[in-house]
Design a protein around this ligand. Structure first.
Ligand code: ADP
Length: 228
């Protein structure tokens, strides 16, 4: 249990730390120019602050777990979560030359859950999409979608135009420590799946090898409050 927890902590903290580093390096490049673009530096600093806060939240949540507090089950605005994640990785995507197109329904109902955990899942899926496309040299934008699937379910998905997932890989990609990346930990999808299942949802993948992959999750819509 402790081993799994610390592996997942390493994984969750790696992401904001890597983002902070690449943002700080970008800021260094910007200010060493003859005429530094201060507006750009300011926005990079905002991103550093946001990523640092995220790392803080991950640690706080872990502390709560050790104190055996309940995870933060609140009403969550899924559209807001998608937008926050896209903002968090904005610079990373710019550096990699990858665009994003978002299709987010305006009248999405709320779900119930832990917004930091749901952010973590979306970060994993989006970073995986970027890494898949980097290897293949394709530069189509990533598509982020959030829609009401039926009366009880919200569906969120991230599509890429990378190499996709082969039939034989499909059986194992959600297992812990399954990775095809030289520096991968193989924990992203395993952790994401347990988070989504703890929310009463389902993590899924659709892929036509050679034509990209769509990873997504279904979340139950929050029950309407009981009439007074
Ligand atoms: P990691 O990213 O550390 O490898 P993950 O659990 O997030 O760990 O992913 C496991 C494996 O699933 C990856 O190594 C990769 O082979 C495959 N995978 C994940 N996302 C995609 C994607 N969007 N396209 C193709 N393969 C993917």
């Amino acid at each position: 249990m402790l081993g799994e927890l610390s592996a997942s902590l390493v994984h969750e903290l790696n992401q904001p730390l890597a983002a902070i580093l690449s943002n700080a390096q970008a800021a260094q490049r910007f200010i060493s120019r003859d005429q530094p673009d201060l507006a750009e530096v300011r926005s990079i600093l905002d991103d550093i602050v946001a990523n640092d806060r995220r790392a803080g939240q991950v640690i706080q949540r872990l502390r709560a777990l050790f104190r055996k507090d309940r995870s933060q089950q609140r009403e969550v605005d899924v559209k807001q979560i998608v937008l926050e994640v896209l903002q968090l990785i904005r610079n990373d995507l710019l550096n990699r030359g990858i665009g994003v197109e978002a299709e987010l329904d305006d009248d999405l109902p709320v779900a119930t859950g832990d917004s930091v955990q749901l952010q973590q899942v979306l970060l994993n899926l989006t970073m995986n999409a970027c890494e898949a496309m980097e290897g293949s040299g394709v530069r189509e934008p990533i598509r982020a979608r959030a829609r009401r699937k039926d009366t009880q379910t919200i569906e969120v998905s991230i599509s890429d135009s990378g190499p996709g997932v082969s039939e034989e890989q499909l059986g194992s990609i959600f297992l812990p420590f399954m990775t095809t990346k030289p520096k991968g930990m193989g924990l992203g999808l395993a952790v994401s799946r347990s988070i989504i299942e703890a929310h009463g949802g389902r993590l899924w993948v659709l892929s036509t090898p050679g034509q990209g992959a769509t990873f997504g999750f279904d979340l139950p819509i929050a029950a309407a409050p009981a009439a007074p």
